[in-house]
Structure formats: C-alpha cells, structure tokens
Design a protein around this ligand. Structure first.
Ligand code: ADP
Length: 545
C-alpha cells in the first residue's frame, strides 16, 4: 500500500482553545454564578486562565492518566477545567451531582479520582461524600478564598488561590491523539454505572461533525447557551464546538428555571440554546407570561428525549424559534443525528420531519437488526434494534464490561438499546426502547434498580417499574406492586422505604397495587402487557388498587 506523504499531527483538545484564543479571541464566555452574578471573559482570557490552571494541576501532582473529578454546574471555571485537565494528559471526569450519594461514591471509587473540584452550593453533598471518596482525594472549591463555605474538610482549597500566581504559559505535552481525555458514567440498564472514556481524537472528531451537522448553531455571530449540563456528556460537545467555530458561550450555572433562563438569554443576547425538552417547558411558560421570546433567540436544539409536536408548534408558530431535534447517547460523545434545517430559509422543514430524530452526522454509521441479529431494510419499512459505529462511538467501557455481547455485535457495532427505523437518506426515527430505563427530565432512572430496591421493602412480593408519559418530565416512573401476605402495605410505606435508597427525583410518582403481574411465556414479567394493562381506564383494570 502506498502511504500518503502528509504530516501527522495529533488531534488535541488544547489546540481548540489555542485556535479560538488566536482567531476568535474576542468571542466570549459568559458565566452566571449561583447567586446570579455574571462573569464575562474572552477566549483569549480563558486560555490565559487555562494555562495557569495547567501549571497549578502539575504543581499539586496531577500526572497523565490521573482522573480528576468535577461536581459542578455550567460555568467558566468548569470549562477551564475541561481544557487544563485534558491538556496535561489527565482525564476530566464529570460527575452528575443529581445522582444518589451511593452512586456518586461508587463512581468516584471506580474511577479512582485523585482530585475533586466542586461548586460551593454542593458543599453539603461533598461533606457527606467525603468519608466514602477515594482516600487522599484533594478537594478544591470553585470559588475564591473569601467564597469558601465554612465547615468544609480541613485542607479544602479554593480554585482561585490555586490558579493565582501561576504563570500564564505552559507547553502542552505532545500527546498521542488516542490519549484519554474525558470520562462520563451512564446508568446501565443492569448493574453499576458504566464509564464512557473519550479521547482527544474522538472529541475533536465529534466537535467537527456537529459543526458540520448543526450549522445553524455555530459561527462568530452565534451566542450559545448550553442548558444541557457540562456533567452530562460534555454538554453535548458544546465546550469544544463553540470555541472551535468562534461562537460565544453563555453558561447558566445551576439556575435553569424558566424565569432565570429567560432573563439570562435576554440580557446576554443568546441566539441559540441546547437542552432536553423538560427545560424548554419552563422557558415556554415564561415566554407565555411575558408574551415574547428572549430578544435574540432564534433556534433551540432539543434532544435527550423525544420532542413533542406541541412543543415544536408552540416554539415555532407562537414564538418564531426554530427547533432542531437531535438524538445521541453518552456512548456516542453524544450527538448521532440532528434535523437538517435550512440556514437561510428557516421553518421550511415540516413538523412531521422534525418529530423524527434527524439525519446521521458524518462519521456515524447506523444499521438496524432483527432479534436474530440479521440486518433489516434501511427504507423506513422495518423497525429493529439500532446499532452504530464510528470514530465517536465507544469501543469498550472504562475497565470493560461483563456484558460485551449485549453491548456490541460480532462485528463490533455498538447496540444502542433503541428501536428505530432508518431511511436511505440517513434519517432516524425512534419507535421504542429495548433497555429497561425510564427517562425523566433527560436523566435516567433504572427500572431494574427501582424494582430491586422495592423488593427489599417488607410486605412487597413482586414489583415492576414502567415509564408513564408526563407532560413536564417526558416520562415518570410508576411502580406496580404485588403485596406479600400480611398486614396491608400502603403506597407511603413503599415510598418511605425507597427514599433511603434512591434520589428523590427517582422515586415513583405512583405505586399501584395489583393482585398479580402479567408474565411472559418464559416466566418473566411482561412490561409490554403491563403497559397495555395500565393504559386502560381504571375501571377496566381488574385486580388493581
Ligand atoms: P443523552 O441524554 O445526552 O441523549 P444518554 O446516554 O443519557 O444521552 O441517553 C441516550 C438515550 O436517550 C438514547 O439511547 C435514547 O433512548 C434517548 N434519547 C436521546 N435522544 C432522544 C431523542 N431525541 N428522542 C428519543 N429518545 C432519545
């Protein structure tokens, strides 16, 4: 084979910020802190701070391959951590602060995090977590010295003190492009969370393919508000694609309610925002109250859960905000598909097409297979399990998985657990899910975890959790319970019991008692039959209370 004679420079995350600082140095990162104070800094200044932080990380002993955790909202400091940690060859491990404390402790230990950066409003959580974190972990609060909350464990430092006094120059090491850069755990359907370990290469490839695939969001004239958190799959890649394309970023901090988002978007002239459908429900309510949209907002990218027709119509017809629908997964960096809207002719894609999950991005290959693994037609006539492969898709989980056969097919394609139709033009339409999960407000609740926890409650003989549609959250859990013989168990008893084992938002909205649960021929609980049964009017469901 004749080799091409071109240089091979490794794709690297810090090169994005170096480029942005030079070419798009005046574009800004706006950041609202928990108290609503706003910080504005250019990409040029952001890079200076990142270089100082890189020096600080080396000084405190972070070395290549170390996992450095964050428990933090969307802010300029969190963005700086993304670049400095990966730039020195360590791994930025973002943790979801909304998880139950047991899960956070499990994840931090599995990753063997050596440092934890956290936002000060999460100090209580960190205090509770501390005895269960890896021994010797260094705690750094994302504030200045004066902002350090009292009562933190001895030795907790402030971010600004750490960075101050460090030189603003740093030679990024020449890392192979396959070096790990980021780590994000996803709740598996069974067992413990699993880590997707991104590389510099996959991150760059993803950033470039979303700029190509969602062009309306990017460019020096765009001011993007990531309502999707930086702790959830790299805020869908925006920390990389925005600086690369010169778009400014508006970081909303923890306040994602409708009024706060509206004010920030309005004051900071946000043109685009990305987030899950639930977030936009709050914004829409606020827009209805004020009879207008935030001044410059022209488009929303909505993903993580299916967007409803009503939401698209309200945004587009009532407020003139164009919707782009996207689909992806933590294991895919995450964006896989997006609606292709016409940049110059907005609102020309019919709503029926926007209800589909969009067209595949460059580099993401898709196929659908039947139960026996045979490939099905890609002409939208058949639905099957969706499998993907590409440079932005995991090849394994961090520290492997015992369920390799359930995760990949024999050719190495990744099983998404989604059931879909695909078209010859690369359109994706999700129709169902094979994974036993409930997605509430963009976050997962494992039905299996819920059922296992419920079965430890005295008086419960059997339990099954299913998703029920919910206007605000997309889906909410319903728990069907068969009582064990004995004194009458009440719904409150089950909820009280579960409260000790799950986060509040993961608790079922409803506990329904049934005489028996529907079973499949092989003796498993039939979720399909259960969903059908519970979709009937209450009077038509014998044996439930
Ligand atoms: P994210 O929430 O960032 O998409 P997750 O890994 O948490 O990433 O969830 C991925 C899963 O979420 C998909 O496999 C699919 O089941 C569901 N999902 C994501 N986007 C959509 C969408 N647009 N429509 C329906 N389901 C979606």
């Amino acid at each position: 084979m004749l080799q091409g004679l071109m240089m091979k420079r490794p794709l690297s995350i810090p090169s994005i910020l170096d480029y942005a600082a030079e070419v798009h140095g005046a574009s800004t990162v706006v950041s609202a802190d928990p108290g609503g104070q706003v910080n504005v800094q250019s990409y040029h200044d952001t890079r200076q701070r990142v270089l100082r932080l890189a020096n600080a990380l080396c000084e405190i002993g972070v070395t290549p391959g170390d996992r450095v955790a964050t428990l933090a909202w969307n802010s300029h400091r969190h963005l700086e951590l993304y670049y400095a940690i990966s730039g020195i060859g360590a791994i930025c491990h973002t943790i979801n602060p909304r998880l139950f404390i047991d899960q956070i402790a499990w994840i931090a230990n599995h990753a063997e995090d050596s440092v934890l950066f956290f936002d000060t409003d999460l100090a209580d959580l960190v205090l509770q977590l501390k005895p269960r974190l890896p021994a010797g972990i260094r705690l750094i609060a994302l504030c200045d010295e004066a902002g350090l909350p009292s009562g933190l464990p001895d030795g907790t430092e402030s971010y600004e003190t750490l960075v101050a006094g460090q030189p603003a120059d740093f030679d990024w090491p020449d890392l192979p492009e396959t070096t790990a850069s980021g780590l994000c755990y996803t709740s598996g359907t069974t067992g413990n969370p699993k880590g997707a370990l991104y590389s510099h290469r996959s991150t760059l490839m993803h950033a470039m393919s979303i700029i190509l695939g969602v062009p309306k969001s990017f460019g020096v004239e765009q001011r993007i508000l990531p309502a999707v958190p930086l702790f959830h799959v790299n805020a869908w890649g925006l920390p990389f694609s925005a600086p690369l394309s010169g778009s400014s970023l508006i970081m909303p901090g923890p306040r994602l309610d409708g009024p706060s988002l509206f004010d920030l978007m309005d004051e900071q002239a946000a043109t685009i925002a990305w987030g899950v459908p639930t977030i936009w429900t709050g914004l829409i309510e606020e827009m209805k109250t004020r009879h207008r949209k935030p001044a410059k907002l022209h488009s929303l990218l909505i993903g993580g859960s299916a967007v409803s027709e009503a939401q698209i119509r309200t945004l587009e017809d009532d407020f003139g905000i164009e919707v782009v629908h996207g689909w992806g997964m933590t294991e895919m960096s995450p964006v896989g598909t997006a609606t292709r809207v016409n940049r110059d002719q907005p609102f020309t894609v019919p709503v029926s097409d926007k209800l589909k999950q969009g067209q595949r991005l460059f580099g993401v290959e898709m196929k659908i297979v039947g139960e026996d693994g045979t490939e099905m037609k890609s002409d939208e006539s058949e639905a099957g399990e969706l499998l993907v492969r590409g440079n932005t898709v995991i090849a394994d989980y961090f520290r492997g998985t015992e369920e390799r056969d359930r995760t990949f097919d024999q050719h190495g394609w990744f099983r998404t657990g989604d059931v879909a139709r695909i078209s010859r033009q690369g359109d994706l339409t999700l129709v169902d899910r094979t994974k036993d999960l409930i997605k509430s407000g963009g976050e997962w609740i494992s039905s299996i975890d819920l059922e296992n926890a419920a079965c430890t409650c005295p008086g419960v003989r059997q339990a099954a959790a299913i998703a029920i549609p919910d206007e605000t959250w997309g889906e909410r859990p319903l728990l069907a319970v068969v009582r064990a013989p004995g004194p009458g168990l009440k719904a409150e008893d089950v909820i009280d019991h579960l409260s000790n084992m799950m986060a509040k938002w993961q608790l079922p909205d409803k506990v329904l008692f049934m005489d028996e649960l529907p079973m499949t021929a092989t003796g498993k609980i039939s979720k399909l039959a259960l969903r059908e049964q519970l979709a009937r009017p209450p009077g038509d469901r014998p044996g439930t209370s």
